[in-house]
Design a protein around this ligand. Sequence first.
Ligand SMILES: [Zn+2]
Length: 444
Amino acid sequence: MTIDVSRARTTAGIASLETAADVLAACDALAAISRSDSGIDRRYLTPEHAAANATTAAWLKAAGLHSWQDGAGNQWGRWCPKTLSSESEAPRLVIGSHLDSVPDAGRYDGILGVLLGVAALTHFQQRAEREGAGLPFALEVVGFGDEEGTRFGATLLGSHAIAGSWQPGWELLEDEEGISLGEALTAFGLSGQSAASASLQATPPLGYLEVHIEQGPVLEAENLALGTVTGIAGARRFAVNFAGQAGHAGTTPMALRQDALCAAAEWTLAVETLAREVQTGKRADMPDHSLVATVGCCELRPGAVNVIPGAAALSLDIRALDDAQRDRALEELLHQAHQIAERRGVTFRCEQTHAANAVACDEGLMQAVDIGIAATGQAPFRLPSGAGHDAMAVSHLCPVGMLFLRCERGISHHPAEAVTEADVARALAALIASIEAVAARYSC
Ligand SMILES: [Zn+2]
């Protein structure tokens, strides 16, 4: 299999990305690059990935900017002020996000952040040509090839590659058609070796700034367009089981039951109660209010209308900015689960299925983003990210910062994902002012 980029819309009729309207038109153009006719579906190392890279490169080149694809399939663009003596050795600030999507995706998750980065580089390039004004560092934009992990099951492959944390074992991961990641890299003209060599550990950038839709309802509830991200929550996930005794729903007296669902239900409410108490400040011993905990799945056995549930299989997802506090909350919940199980005569066991530590945003970059937001006339507002982002992997390479942009009703990973042109214009102005704030601090 070879990758055909003929589906690339080149510049899709957009000369270059200068305004919010251009950026939104470019989001529409990338949304048309999908393997499905009924929705957006753009996965790592596919013809659609190649086409999205080619289209993004065309917009960068149309603005007179250098663009290239790295060994992991991430697409880059660069603007270097003429005042910097050696282009390749110049310090650089990287702006970025991802160009891949989940199946049946919205058109802004990731993509908007990349294209706002392209617009910011275009702004500084044009301003330098017009006024000769530069920056004390080069600017780069990156469109990561894989953030969502929808093809091979492992997430953040593109950002792990540049952070130097590409794992050779990943090449054995297979997609739903049985194609390995190693084979997909080869078909894309790359290899495991080239992906590993995309690492920037030898020459780390001075920082990474990511613009992203919030994917949650907080900014909208606050009636604010923009927010400074304080950090990305660390998550732990568990497969949880309560096992009791299935029995006849008509003949077993209530006092003699070992109902697994009732135990699971009581514990699910305990999970909600603890997380609510922490979020509303009722737990003085847990001052990080970012804690969220969710029981998202519940499967009953045997699952019949006239049978007492004998087993309940649940999931638990628990996240917070403070890993230690999250783990204390988790311990408390597991203790409660054992108590509930004992009282109800059922057994409880759980197994961890995922663990990732929280990532704190850099204070200097947060201050720059605050200044960027203030420059748009909005009071700075800080909030944590409960969702994972490329900045998590990039934090192992350099300091990271993030600017969140309000999205309608917090909807994401869905075709109904929506932003307003006015908010995108504010985000672009805030990004440009944030970059200037980083430059002001850098020059001091
Ligand atoms: Zn995203």
